[in-house]
Design a protein around this ligand. Structure first.
Ligand SMILES: [Mn+2]
Length: 407
């Protein structure tokens, strides 16, 4: 499938999951395709956990495995659908995933039903709510459908494997770091071109277009998430995604973008100035960089992420006082106003990757470092974000090739 991953990665992940959970029978579903309008769909993105265990990028497959056997169940197909959508290369799927067998829909379900009668317990990922209030969006319906199909097994016990899977995914294997590095390199190359071209940009959309083209040109699938290209006051909206305003000549432009490569996500932010920045813009930038540098010193194997965030908050509070944005270092309200997010998150198959935040950082973890200060009343927002690998004795900044300079 690629020169980065081979069958031993996916088969190994299934073995690790069985070992860490003591599970007898594991079954989980791929994502489904979601309607966009009438008979058009949103671009399909595989469920990260399903991909981690199979390497299969097709919708509606089902993965079933025990320590004795593993198989995939293919979705219902017809000659008509194959004609419109193209047929699925089952040989390639079998080779990539390393499962023993791929069954067609009815045979596969018959086999799963027999296994469920025997095991009486299924380890799977229990679905989140259909509507996720915090994010304001709907979750992929495939998991709910799958669980509904199990309803005929009345006394079946369901065990959630979301957390043990997150713990596995939290520590990256060399091939995963390779994929992440490729996503990051593509992003670095694209952002470097944007910085060089800064003086000629008049609209956020021009930057959006250039990044999008470069990502695809350099071999990424596309964006890992909708990028943020916010000029002036737009940069103070944390999840600004309209990316279509005219850029003022004295504006700073905050760009938060990440290419996706083999489903792995980069996540890099830079803030650029078209003209020589004003003294105030410099001061705020220097404050962000000061927090960035202090926080970077803390990121080491063995640290606890919650304690780390509290320390970064303290660094930030001191800078906010120096900038005249808070009157003293205990003003939590001002801290949340000008710095409303965390300094770091895990990075991997998901941009905000699955992880157990209570566990100490271990070699192989990849996290972002992204302090920012947002001042809507001064029409500016500055964030600098890099992607950092935890090594045996320290860190490696995977996006370190990209200058953090403002101008
Ligand atoms: Mn981030």
């Amino acid at each position: 499938m690629s020169d980065v991953f081979d069958v031993s990665f996916f088969a190994g992940n299934r073995q690790s999951l069985l070992r860490s959970t003591g599970a007898g029978l594991v079954a989980l579903t791929a994502n489904g395709v979601v309607q966009r309008s009438a008979d058009t769909t949103f671009v399909f993105r595989q469920d990260s956990n399903f991909w981690y265990l199979t390497g299969v990028d097709e919708p509606n497959f089902l993965l079933v495995f025990t320590d004795a056997e593993s198989f995939l169940v293919s979705p219902k197909r017809s000659a008509h659908r194959d004609m419109w959508d193209g047929s699925i290369d089952m040989t390639a799927i079998k080779r990539t995933s390393g499962v023993d067998e791929i069954y067609e829909y009815h045979d596969g379900w018959n086999k799963l039903d027999r296994l469920l009668k025997k095991y009486k317990k299924i380890h799977t990922i229990t679905p989140v709510d259909a509507y996720i209030e915090d994010f304001g969006f709907y979750s992929n319906p495939a998991k709910v459908s799958f669980l509904a199909s199990l309803a005929k097994h009345r006394r079946l016990e369901t065990v959630d494997i979301r957390k043990p899977l997150a713990r596995l995914r939290q520590v990256k294997q060399p091939c995963e770091i390779d994929a992440l590095q490729r996503a990051i390199d593509i992003t670095v190359k694209s952002l470097r071109a944007v910085k060089t071209g800064m003086p000629r940009y008049k609209y956020e959309a021009e930057i959006y277009a250039d990044i999008t083209r470069d990502f695809i040109k350099y071999g990424a699938t596309g964006h890992a998430y909708t990028p943020i290209i916010g000029s002036g006051i737009n940069a103070a909206t944390i999840h600004y995604m309209k990316n279509n305003s005219r850029i003022g000549s004295t504006d700073l432009v905050l760009i938060d973008a990440g290419a996706e490569y083999m489903n792995y996500s980069a996540d890099i932010s830079r803030t650029y100035s078209l003209e020589r920045p004003s003294p105030r813009q410099r001061d705020v930038y220097n404050a962000v960089m000061s927090v960035y540098n202090q926080a970077k010193e803390l990121i080491r194997p063995g640290i606890n992420m919650r304690q780390y965030e509290r320390q970064v908050d303290e660094f930030m509070q001191k800078e906010l006082v120096k900038l005249g944005l808070a009157s003293d270092i205990t003003d939590k309200k001002k801290l949340k106003k000008y710095y409303p997010h965390l300094a770091s998150h895990f990075l991997g198959l998901d941009t905000h990757d699955a992880a157990d935040y209570e566990q100490a950082l271990a070699p192989g973890c990849v996290v972002t470092l992204e302090p920012g200060i947002y001042i809507p009343e001064e029409s500016m927002g500055i964030r600098i974000e890099d992607d950092i690998l935890i090594t045996d004795n320290g860190i490696k900044v995977l996006s370190g090739d990209l200058s953090t300079e403002l101008y």
